[in-house]
Design a binder for this molecule. Structure first.
Ligand code: ATP
Length: 434
C-alpha cells in the first residue's frame, strides 16, 4: 500500500473508525470492523442515500430482505453457473490469485517468475447449509449482491403498493463474495455493504426510451458523489464497459471509477439489465412477474436500469478525499452532515466546577439534537487538533465570560475562525451550518 492509504489505515485505527476484524486472534484475512466513529460515518452515508433516493422520492420504495435466499434465486440469476473469477496458483508459494492480478508473470506474493498454474474458474458465492444436516440438498448461499431480492420481491412490492411504471425498489445491505484476493483496506473485502436500486421501466419501443432513463441515473450518481459525499469529481472517471467485457444481458454498463492511491478502480456501477432478471425469475419460479398497465390493460415484463453503490468504497473515498495535512496536523474536511460528531463541547479549564457545570449543560442540551463530543483534557489547542483529525466541524468552548453573558465561542474546523454565539441560539446556528 502507498503512503496515503497507510495514513488513512493508521488514522482509522488510532481514532476508532475502522479496526482489523478479530484482531485479538490475529485478524481474519482482510476483514475489518467499524468502530465507534466509523459506524457513525457509515450510517450517515447510508442515511443520506436512503433520504435522497427513497424518502424524498415518490417513485422509489425500500425493502430489507433476508441475506440467505432460496438457492433457486441464484440459479435463475445465473450466479450458480457464472459468478466466478479465473483463479491461478503460484507453484512456489501456493498463494492463490485472481488471474488478472498477475502482472508480467510475476507472483505478487513471492516474486517467482512464470510460476502460476493454468487458470481455473472459482465460484465466488459463500456456501452454507440450512438446518442440522450438511447435505447437498440443504446447500444455500449468502447473497453475493442485494439486487436479486428486488426481483424476487417484485410481485409482493407491486401488489402492496400503488406504484406505476417507472418505479424503483431500493435496498441497503450486506453482500458476501469469497474474493480470491481481497485487499486495499476496505476496498475489496469478502463481506461488504451495497446500496442498490432496481429502476423498472416499460419495455422500450426505441433505444431513446431506456437511454433517457440511463442518462438521468448517470447524472444522479455524479450528483450524489459531489453533493452528498462532498467528493471532488476531478478524480472520478466514467468507464464505458465494452461489449466484450459486459455481462451478456447488459446493453450498457458504466463503471464510475476513482483515482485510488493504488490505481484507478471501480467505485460504483450503472447498468441497463433489460428484462433478463425478471424473465428468468418468472421462468424458474413459475410465478407471474408481469406488470399490468392500468390504462391499457396490457401485461408485460418491465426492463430495468440498475445503479449500484458500494457503502465501504464510499467510506474509503470520503476518507481519502477529505484527508488534509496542515503543518503536520491532520484535518479531515468531511462534509458536516457526514461527520461522526457535529460538534464538540469543552469547558475552558477542567478544574473549575462552575465551568464544567455550565459546559455539561450545553453538552447535554445539544446532545438531544446532534452527535456531540465532550473533551476536558489538555489545552484547547490539543482539543481542536483532536477534533480536526476526526472531522468534527464545530468546537464550542465555555469560558468564564460565558457565565456572565450566556455566550460561547464556536470555532470552525476549516477556517479556524471563531464566533461568539448566544447559548440559546446555538442549536439554530449549528443547524444552519450543518
Ligand atoms: P469489482 O470489479 O471491483 O470486483 P464488481 O464489478 O464485481 O466489482 P459489482 O458486482 O458491480 O462489483 O458490485 C457493485 C458495487 O459493490 C461495486 O461498485 C462496489 O462498490 C461494491 N463491491 C463489489 N465487490 C466488493 C468487495 N469485494 N468489497 C467491497 N465492495 C465491493
Amino acid at each position: 500500500m502507498n503512503d496515503l492509504m497507510d495514513k488513512i489505515v493508521a488514522l482509522c485505527k488510532r481514532r476508532g473508525f475502522i479496526f482489523p476484524g478479530s484482531e485479538i486472534y490475529g485478524g481474519l484475512s482482510n476483514s475489518w470492523d467499524y468502530g465507534p466513529l466509523g459506524v457513525e460515518l457509515k450510517n450517515n452515508i447510508k442515511q443520506a442515500w436512503w433520504k435522497r433516493f427513497v424518502n424524498l422520492r415518490e417513485d422509489i420504495v425500500g425493502i430489507d430482505a433476508a441475506l440467505i435466499m432460496n438457492p433457486k434465486v441464484w440459479e435463475a440469476s445465473g450466479h450458480v453457473a457464472n459468478f466466478q473469477d479465473p483463479l491461478v496458483e503460484c507453484k512456489k508459494c501456493h498463494e492463490r490469485f485472481r488471474a488478472d492480478s498477475i502482472k508480467e508473470e510475476v507472483c505478487p506474493n513471492c516474486g517467482a517468475r512464470d510460476s502460476t498454474t493454468p487458470e481455473r474458474m472459482f465460484n465466488l458465492m459463500f456456501k452454507t447449509f440450512i438446518g442440522p444436516a450438511e447435505e447437498t440438498s440443504n446447500i444455500a448461499y449468502f447473497r453475493p449482491e442485494t439486487a436479486q431480492a428486488m426481483f424476487a420481491d417484485f410481485r409482493s412490492v407491486l401488489d402492496t403498493s400503488r406504484l406505476r411504471l417507472p418505479f424503483g425498489i431500493a435496498q441497503i445491505g450486506k453482500a458476501f463474495r469469497n474474493e480470491i484476493t481481497p485487499g486495499n483496506f476496505i476496498f475489496r473485502t469478502r463481506e461488504f455493504e451495497q446500496m442498490e436500486i432496481e429502476y423498472f421501466i416499460p419495455p422500450p419501443k426505441q433505444d431513446a426510451d431506456w437511454q433517457g432513463v440511463f442518462e438521468v441515473w448517470r447524472k444522479e450518481m455524479l450528483s450524489w458523489i459531489k453533493d452528498d459525499l462532498g467528493v471532488n469529481l476531478d478524480k472520478i472517471h466514467e468507464h464505458e464497459i465494452g461489449t466484450e467485457e459486459r455481462a451478456h444481458y447488459s446493453k450498457r454498463t458504466i463503471d464510475f471509477e476513482y483515482d485510488f492511491p493504488f490505481g484507478r478502480s471501480e467505485l460504483y456501477g450503472l447498468a441497463y439489465r433489460t428484462d433478463f432478471d425478471l424473465k428468468n425469475h418468472e421462468r424458474y419460479s413459475g410465478q407471474n412477474l408481469k406488470y399490468k398497465d392500468p390504462e391499457t390493460g396490457e401485461e408485460f415484463i418491465p426492463h430495468v436500469i440498475e445503479p449500484t453503490w458500494g457503502v465501504d468504497r464510499s467510506v474509503l473515498v470520503v476518507l481519502l478525499d477529505t484527508y488534509n495535512e496542515q503543518e503536520g496536523r491532520v484535518i479531515l474536511k468531511l462534509k458536516p452532515s457526514l461527520s461522526p460528531y457535529k460538534v464538540a463541547v469543552f469547558p475552558l479549564l477542567a478544574n473549575k466546577p462552575e465551568l464544567i457545570k455550565e459546559a455539561r449543560k450545553v453538552y447535554l442540551d445539544l446532545k438531544k439534537d446532534f452527535m456531540v463530543a465532550w473533551d476536558d483534557r489538555g489545552n484547547i489547542g490539543k482539543r481542536y487538533a483532536s477534533q480536526d483529525e476526526i472531522g468534527t466541524p464545530f468546537c464550542v468552548t465555555v469560558d468564564f465570560q460565558s457565565l456572565e453573558d450566556e455566550m460561547v465561542t464556536v470555532r470552525d474546523r476549516d477556517s479556524a475562525k471563531q464566533d461568539r454565539v448566544k447559548i440559546n441560539e446555538l442549536k439554530e446556528y449549528l443547524t444552519k451550518r450543518i
